[in-house]
Design a protein around this ligand. Structure first.
Ligand code: GLN
Length: 306
């Protein structure tokens, strides 16, 4: 398949719609400044073939896409013990909702909503201590094949306005489900959300998800086991796009993980990983044009898990 022609076609068809729908997430002030008129897409196949279009090399705030990588790190370090305090069901609620957390005694529905990612962050801080942030950067830099950094301005901006995340962490702490000081855990969480990566780097870094867990750069090495890679993909499909996961499965049919920065990572198992970025998001927090681009990609390529 000519992937470059496929991406060029999607880019040409969607560019005229840039900025017409959705809004840049503005509840994090540093994100509100991102220009709305950006669109990029990149993919990398299991054989290392790459294709990209538009703003595919521009770094952006990966936000909740980071939940995929912290979950990966947590599964690597803790195996099944990670699931003692996190469920694996879609929430059907907004990503920052407090409702279920109260009625379900501080155990988040899944690792891809904010509460679940904060619970994973707590386990990472317990396991890695002061090395948690450098350890995450090290894993991502190795996966992307390039140095990856936090955007400290975005992290500080989130810390200033992250009242709901603090509420989620405090509520879990009140149920005895968070071991470390809340301030330490949310500091890690705000930094993971503030990771800066481009579509190209994300398409490359997520490569273990289409390779049964094998490292995208160092073929012989395992990032996660084949069984864990399968489970990560299952969680992305059922929970990776918040309360729109059903609609994503219906329209696109690929495991996806989105973030309010406008990035979405998608996996075609055994074939390729793909990342699209466009900052205007819909009410669920998923990129409007990113979603449309993935829909076009799936229908034009015929690649879907169904
Ligand atoms: N940093 C954002 C938050 O915590 C991440 C949410 C998202 O990308 N959906 O609210």
């Amino acid at each position: 398949m000519d992937f470059q022609a496929l991406l060029d076609g999607i880019n040409a068809d969607l560019r005229p719609q840039l900025g017409k729908e959705g809004r840049v997430a503005c509840y994090i002030p540093a994100l509100a400044r991102v220009p709305i008129s950006k669109f990029g897409m990149a993919l990398r196949t299991c054989d290392g073939v790459e294709a990209a279009c538009g703003d595919s090399a521009a770094p952006f705030s990966i936000q909740s896409v980071s939940k995929l990588f912290t979950l990966t790190l947590g599964m690597r370090l803790l195996g099944d013990a990670l699931w003692e305090r996190i469920h694996r069901e879609p929430s059907g609620n907004p990503f920052n909702s407090l409702l279920q957390l109260e009625s379900e005694q501080g155990v988040p529905r899944n690792p891809f909503i904010n509460a679940g990612a904060i619970a994973v962050a707590d386990r990472l801080v317990s396991t890695l201590g002061a090395n948690a942030k450098p350890g995450l950067l090290e894993m991502l830099s190795s996966l992307a094949g390039e140095a990856i950094f936090f955007d400290d301005e975005v992290a500080a901006s989130e810390a200033e306005t992250g009242f709901r995340n603090l509420a989620l962490a405090n509520l879990m702490k009140s149920f005895g489900k968070i071991d470390n000081p809340v301030a330490t855990v949310v500091d890690f969480y705000f930094h993971q959300c503030a990771l800066r990566m481009s579509c190209r780097q994300l398409a490359c870094a997520a490569g273990y998800l289409c390779r049964d867990g094998a490292h995208p750069q160092e073929g012989g090495n395992e990032v996660v086991s084949e069984r864990q890679a399968r489970r990560l993909n299952a969680l992305m499909l059922t929970c990776g796009t918040y309360d729109a996961a059903g609609e994503f499965a219906y329209r696109i049919g690929l495991p996806c993980k989105s973030g309010v920065g406008g990035g979405i990572v998608a996996v075609v198992p055994d074939t390729l990983t793909l990342c699209v970025w466009s900052p205007a998001v819909d009410a669920s927090g998923n990129s409007v044009l990113g979603t449309r681009a993935l829909e076009l990609f799936a229908s034009r390529s015929g690649l879907s898990i169904f």
